[in-house]
Design a protein around this ligand. Structure first.
Ligand SMILES: N[C@@H](CCC(=O)N[C@@H](CS)C(=O)NCC(=O)O)C(=O)O
Length: 211
């Protein structure tokens, strides 16, 4: 049985979205970060950083959203959410997953941390302009890749699209313009996927049950 530990409107949506795309059966356990549930000893035993998401597959525990989504994709190979191991397509897939986390997400996370996520004494408003510029550089790279393409890797939807689309939704939340029409079209098409709507609904429903 697969169990995902998450909290609505966080990176756990990536994992739940992937599970929904895979048509997997799974249990969802809400970790109410705002109420400090990430720091409960039983949760810290699974995720030493107290962060979400965490995936548990029987006895196997996995953290890091990109690793979790890739694991789910590999576990349901017939759905084709990740290219097969050992192929050039898989290498390209890895490239865009690492790009999503290290280049695209990083400046947005810097903005979020220095606007609200860090304790006030650690916030440095002066970094915000630099982070916005860094995001625009990453968006330009992404736009160049997506010119004339429907998906970021190959001819089909993959977990790399999930990571990128979820990150671009953060950009929207930070009121950062996507600047390129085809990037906006790509993001809007992915945000419209029924599996994402189901994932958000599942996370919201669990939140309202437990709060
Ligand atoms: N690199 C990790 C980051 C996980 C992360 O920072 N999650 C946030 C929610 S989006 C969290 O749990 N924050 C709680 C905390 O840092 O105490 C991943 O991609 O899974």
């Amino acid at each position: 049985m697969l169990t995902v530990y998450g909290c609505a409107n966080t990176r756990s949506t990536r994992a739940v979205w992937t599970l929904e795309e895979a048509g997997a059966e799974y249990e969802y356990v809400q970790i109410d970060l705002r109420a400090g549930a990430g720091w409960r000893p039983d949760y810290l035993a699974l995720n030493v950083g107290g962060k979400v998401p965490t995936l548990v597959d029987n006895e196997f525990v996995l953290t890091e959203s990109a690793a979790i989504c890739t694991y789910i994709g590999d576990r349901f190979p017939d759905v084709g959410l990740v290219p097969p191991v050992g192929t050039q397509e898989r290498a390209s897939y890895n490239q865009w997953c690492y790009f999503a986390l290290s280049e695209l997400e990083q400046p947005l996370w810097t903005i979020a941390k220095h606007r609200f996520a860090l304790p006030e004494r650690w916030r440095v408003p002066a970094v915000l302009d630099t982070a916005r510029w860094e995001f625009s550089v990453a968006a330009k790279i992404l736009a160049a890749r997506l010119n004339g393409r429907e998906f970021i890797v190959g001819e089909r939807f993959t977990v790399a699209d999930i990571l990128i689309a979820h990150t671009l939704a953060w950009a929207r939340a930070c009121e950062l313009p996507l600047e390129y029409d085809h990037l906006q079209t790509y993001a809007a098409r992915l945000w419209d996927r029924p599996a994402l709507a189901r994932a958000r609904q599942r996370e919201r429903a669990e939140n309202s049950l437990k709060s």
